[in-house]
Structures are given as structure tokens and as C-alpha cells.
Ligand binder design. Sequence first.
Ligand SMILES: [Zn+2]
Length: 193
Amino acid sequence: MLFVVIGTGIAGAVLVAGELVSGGAGQAGEIGHIRMRPDGPACGCGRAGCLETLASARAVAAAYTARTGRAVRGAAEVVAALDTDADARAVWAEAVGALADGLLVTQAVLASRRVVLGGGLAAAGAALLEPLDAALRERATVSGARAEAGRAGGTAGVVVRRSPPGSRSSRPRAAADGGPRSAEGRRSAEGPR
Ligand SMILES: [Zn+2]
């Protein structure tokens, strides 16, 4: 399972059979610095267009301000304006599209049965889940990744679950998994500054 925490940055952890996979330098699952858009915003890591510069909560707020000139307190304010503000919808669509592309990169390598999204942005719930699900369906070429709502140890989250081959129409299933909590405690959603 891949657990992705989307807050001010994007962090992640890989769990196999309930065990955290650290990787050689403890960095396994840190997908925030996958370079998604080479011409994208500068990242704290020194490169540009990393996933967390496009799809983190901070990125959503910054993109909205850059587009409109209006400061917002955070991504939640952009999400709250989706019904009434075309700029908010455009910014959100860009972020969700980048997130879908990033998750599909990870799925090409891990083919995780589940990708659980946590952190502040996951609190957007259906506003994130529905377009993310649509973007995954539209963009997936190898796996039939799907997004679904779930609860992870009491923390509202979003689950992207890989459908078994040939069953792309399988019904989404709510998830209950305590695993993410331990990963969340270990990892910070803060990106490099
Ligand atoms: Zn970066």
C-alpha cells in the first residue's frame, strides 16, 4: 500500500503486508519530488515542477493567488469556492490532474492495491475524490486505478484502489485500515524549505 500525505508538502510511505518499507536511505515513497511539470513552479528541493509544487495544499493556495491576485488562507478556501468561482475550479483541476499523473507514476512501479491519501487536502473529501477518480480513469493506461472514499484509523482519507485486471467496473469499497496511522506518525507532510 502507498500512503500519501498531502499537506503543505507531499510525503509518502510504502507498506507491504503491513510493514513499512524504508528503502536504502529511508526515502521510499517520498513522491513529492517526482518531477511532473518541468516548466512548473520552483521547488524547495532546488528543481522545478515537483509534484508537491503542483498538488499540495500550499501549491493550490499559491496557484490560486498567482492566477487571481487574491490571497487565500489555504487550499480549503479554494475548495469552498469551487461551486461559485471558475478560477478556483481551474486551479483545482490542474492540481488534481497533477496528482493523478503522480499517482499513476507510482502505480506503474508499485501497482499497489491501495493508495491512501491523508493530510489536509484529503479533508476535501468528494471535492477531491470525484475529479481524482475521473482523472485516474481517463489517464490510466496500465492499471485500472480508482479513487474511493474511506476512513483510515478515524482519519478521513481517500483511497485509490487498483481494480483487479478485467474488473474496471468493480464497485468501490470503503476502506478501514489502521496502517496509515503509523506511517503518518513517522512521516511529515512538510517538504524541504
Ligand atoms: Zn522538489
